[in-house]
Design a protein around this ligand. Structure first.
Ligand code: ADP
Ligand code: MG
Length: 523
């Protein structure tokens, strides 16, 4: 049996609230689901179907939706010489996170079963219930499969229902394109494979809640499972060093001690703070981890935000300024010259952790992997036959829309947006990316996406460019080697969007109709 491969649509996005990120439900593995959908099968085959632009166009037309996949892995189930049917695992964006699901059909392309494999949202999980899934049984591409008319909506799960409904049509259209329309049959597997394949054959994917959010790692290779485990342990170790949520972290203890004079700190904490200093300087203070007291005043430390009083703001602002933080590269010490200064590595720590996870994977011989830490992603290589790991960029003003797909390969990507954590007062939205100079949520951009050689840089810069906005952000972004960026800003409060970015990112994005004109600049 050929290697089992899934087509990945990793989603870069909105890690809404930390608590929500913990809700990841793995229902079944692909293998289990396929075998249960075809209990009488004695052999399973699999074929990667390449979709060139023309094929993708035909699939999109048949499915009545956009299709980003360039390759789809189709499994076939056999009993003797008889083809029992097909199974395709796909991922589509729910409200904030991708839903991984399997569509099994009979040999004529009629739906036998839908199975949810991984569900990552806190709401909308009703789509995993049998009663919802059963509505698709017997449907084929010839049937209209319309949300609300043919497929009953589930209140509170509209987005997930749409993702699955559109997704089923997509899968049926792919089968039509690959086999049914031309009367072709998939290759019959040479060897009957009744027993499940060892997991080493396909990608291994694991998720773990760390630093208050979900770390998801996908890797190929015989030792992928162990390597992923080691990479996750490394991130857990870093959490105990970099967390400002824990009083016993190295960061928290060092900040208290450093007020009395220089204290030695470990390599990871030093490297992370050193990177902070670099971005603080390059951004002329727009990036500044000493915003910690401001983040608390605005209620964003572990919360969803609240309006601070003027007094709270003034006293917090008095403690802001990375100029109070002194790093000695030779002695590896930290000193802080003002009592009350605190550090929040929320805008860089996840990126730093992703880089160290990548180091661990590489050291263990992994050549193909994607580390996704709540939208801070870095890719090692790309799955065979693909141009890169597809990363869907969320539309900053339409939670159900996207700006298109970027293909990631041996690079990192990160997006910061004003929609991630925010609250509203009097019709005005206040969010968690603060301008350290005013003490208030920045108003110059609604989102910034950065591609960079390392995840540390991508994470720090995406936050920085959000604060700087398109005009200053363009200058700072283009002065950094190997960086590509997209900054999205409103032309007026609540008004049209303006897109400023490096040429490559702009040309890679299939920007949707609702996104307005692209106002690009070389970077
Ligand atoms: P997220 O962590 O939500 O993915 P970011 O990487 O953009 O998003 O980091 C935002 C976090 O960084 C905030 O929640 C806050 O803790 C911290 N922060 C806010 N404003 C700044 C800033 N100007 N410079 C550095 N850190 C900031
Ligand atoms: Mg960041």
């Amino acid at each position: 049996m050929a290697l089992m491969r899934t087509y990945f649509v990793a989603v870069l996005l909105a890690a809404a609230l930390a608590a929500e990120d913990g809700d990841i439900t793995v229902y079944q593995t692909e293998d289990q689901a396929v075998r249960e959908c075809f209990p009488s099968a004695d052999a399973f085959g699999s074929e990667a179907i390449r979709l060139d632009d023309a094929a993708r166009g035909r699939v999109a037309e048949r499915a009545g939706r956009k299709v980003y996949e360039r390759e789809v892995l189709v499994r076939s189930a056999w009993k003797g010489d008889a083809l029992l049917g097909y199974a395709v695992v796909s991922e589509d964006l729910g409200c904030y996170k991708p839903i991984t699901y399997l569509v099994a059909t009979d040999a004529a392309g009629r739906v036998l079963e839908i199975r949810i494999l991984v569900y990552r949202e806190s709401r909308g999980g009703e789509v995993a219930r049998k009663r919802f899934r059963a509505q698709f049984e017997g449907k084929s591409l010839g049937d209209p499969i319309r949300q609300d008319r043919d497929i009953t909506n589930v209140s509170g799960a509209t987005t997930s229902v749409r993702a699955i409904t559109d997704g089923v049509r997509k899968v049926l259209a792919v089968l039509q394109e690959a086999y049914l329309a031309r009367g072709a049959l998939p290759a019959r597997p040479l060897v009957a494979a009744v027993a499940p394949q060892p997991p080493a054959a396909g990608p291994v994917r694991r998720a773990r809640v760390l630093m208050g959010t979900t770390l998801e790692i996908t890797a190929f290779g015989p030792d992928a499972a162990e390597a992923i485990g080691a990479a996750m342990d490394e991130v857990a170790r870093l959490e105990s060093i970099l967390s400002h949520f824990r009083d016993d972290s190295e960061l928290s203890r060092a900040v208290v001690a450093a007020v009395k004079g220089p204290v030695p700190i470990g390599d990871d904490l030093f490297a992370c703070l050193f990177a902070c200093e670099r971005f603080w300087r390059a951004s002329e203070g727009a990036f500044d981890p000493t915003v910690a007291p401001l983040v608390e005043a605005w209620g964003f430390k572990g919360g969803t935000g609240r309006m601070p009083t003027d007094g709270d703001l003034a006293s917090a602002l008095a403690l802001v300024g990375f100029g109070h933080v002194h790093l000695d590269a030779e002695r590896r010490t930290l000193a802080i010259d003002r009592d009350g200064v605190r550090l929040d590595l929320g805008a860089i720590g996840k990126g730093y952790a992703v880089d160290r996870a990548v180091d661990v994977l590489r050291a263990r011989g992994i050549a193909t992997a994607l580390v996704n830490f709540s939208g801070n992603m870095r890719a090692i290589g790309t799955p065979t036959g693909t141009d890169g790991w597809p990363v869907l960029l969320r539309h900053p003003r339409d939670p159900e829309g996207s700006l298109g797909v970027v293909f990631l390969r041996d690079r990192a990507i990160s997006t910061s947006g004003d929609y991630e954590k925010s609250f509203e007062v009097g019709g005005k939205r206040y969010h968690h990316i603060l301008d350290p100079r005013t003490g208030r949520p920045s108003e110059t951009a609604c989102a910034a996406t950065v591609l960079a050689p390392t995840a540390t840089d991508a994470d720090a810069l995406s936050t920085t460019l959000c604060v700087l906005g398109p005009d200053r952000g363009r200058e700072v972004g283009s002065s950094m080697a190997g960086v590509q960026a997209l900054i999205v800003a409103e032309t007026s409060p609540g008004g049209d969007l303006r897109f400023v970015g490096t040429a490559k990112v702009l040309s890679d994005l299939h920007v949707g109709e609702s996104c307005g004109a692209i106002d690009g600049a070389e970077g």
